[in-house]
Design a protein around this ligand. Structure first.
Ligand code: C2E
Ligand code: MG
Ligand code: MG
Ligand code: MG
Length: 282
């Protein structure tokens, strides 16, 4: 993930703002405005099982600063985390995601999807987070079993007891957890036993090198075997080539996402494309 350093921030601002602190303050003010103006938009990337059926989607946020300027999360999530804005941003993403789940309930296709939402370690540190999520579920009427929260391995560098307790609290509401970018961070097999996880996401870097580097193919096989042992669902990310898809299916990977199968698209477009009953045609 790109850090919110001067280079990223500088891209959007007046060069007369020489001082890094000025640029940060301006970026923070712009993000706050963006939040109140509804400029943070949810995109959805579809996930498919081995038979090609749509089984879920991942929510990916983008900042629509103007008609022509759509900024990817790598340019602002790091900064949002440093500034604390990740809390209102994360809440916005969760609320909009749960609104979507509720809207989809009666649709034959969308109504049975799992929706995965990325959650920052900063949100997990917040003792009020489980109650906030429960409130959002209540307020929107979304079914918690359809909500998957994606954590990266960085949460396991935190206070274990605190994180485990928070995860159990959220699990008690019926929410599931996925471990994102698995194999790239502070991985330890002990976590698979200690944390109430439902799914592992195989990092894109391993999927990318499946046909290139036998080591990566072996890692993918090992992760799938591990997931099976621990009775975890498995999602492969970054599937771009038919050969990668074929390999993953052969290995018994239960679901996958990637440009080959579908790019992230705006939520309304996702509904329009995949709805069985015409949601999103308005
Ligand atoms: P991630 O959760 O690992 O999301 C997967 C990233 O891979 C997304 O990048 C997605 O657009 C991209 N991707 C999907 N399929 C392919 C493919 O076939 N090839 C390639 N090259 N890339 C693919 P994106 O949308 O730029 O998001 C980057 C990261 O930003 C995410 O990584 C996630 O960590 C973070 N992020 C996104 N939305 C949120 C959010 O709402 N909250 C938080 N805390 N983090 C978010
Ligand atoms: Mg993710
Ligand atoms: Mg990932
Ligand atoms: Mg990633």
């Amino acid at each position: 993930r790109a850090k919110a350093d001067g280079r990223n921030i500088g891209r959007f601002f007046d060069p007369s703002m020489q001082d890094a602190a000025d640029r940060r303050a301006a970026f923070e003010a712009a993000m706050r405005d963006g939040l109140s103006l509804g400029q943070f938009r949810l995109f959805c990337q579809p996930q498919f099982d081995g038979r090609g059926r749509l089984v879920g989607a991942e929510v990916l946020v983008r900042w629509q600063r103007s008609d022509l300027d759509l900024i990817g999360p790598d340019h602002f999530i790091g900064f949002a985390e440093e500034s604390g804005l990740i809390l209102p941003l994360g809440e916005h993403v969760l609320k909009e995601s749960c609104r979507a789940l509720a809207r989809w309930h009666d649709d034959a296709t969308l109504g049975r999807l799992k929706l995965a939402v990325n959650v920052s370690v900063h949100q997990m540190r917040d003792a009020g987070f489980p109650a906030a999520v429960a409130n959002i579920l209540d307020g929107t009427g979304a079914h918690p079993e359809q909500l998957y929260l994606e954590l990266t391995e960085s949460v396991f560098a935190e206070d274990m007891q605190e994180i485990t307790q928070r995860m159990h609290e959220l699990r008690s509401h019926g929410i599931c957890f996925s471990l994102d970018d698995f194999g790239t961070g502070y991985s330890s097999l002990a976590y698979l036993k200690r944390f109430p996880l439902s799914a592992l996401k195989i990092d894109r870097s391993f999927v990318r090198d499946i046909g290139i580097d036998p080591g990566s193919a072996s890692i993918v096989e090992a992760i799938i075997a591990l997931a099976r042992q621990f009775k975890l669902e498995i999602v492969a990310e970054g599937v771009e080539l038919e050969a990668q898809r074929a390999f993953l299916i052969r290995e018994g990977c239960s679901s996958m996402q990637g440009y080959l199968l579908g790019r992230p698209i705006p939520m309304a477009e996702f509904e329009h494309r995949y709805s069985a009953s015409g949601i999103g045609h308005a």
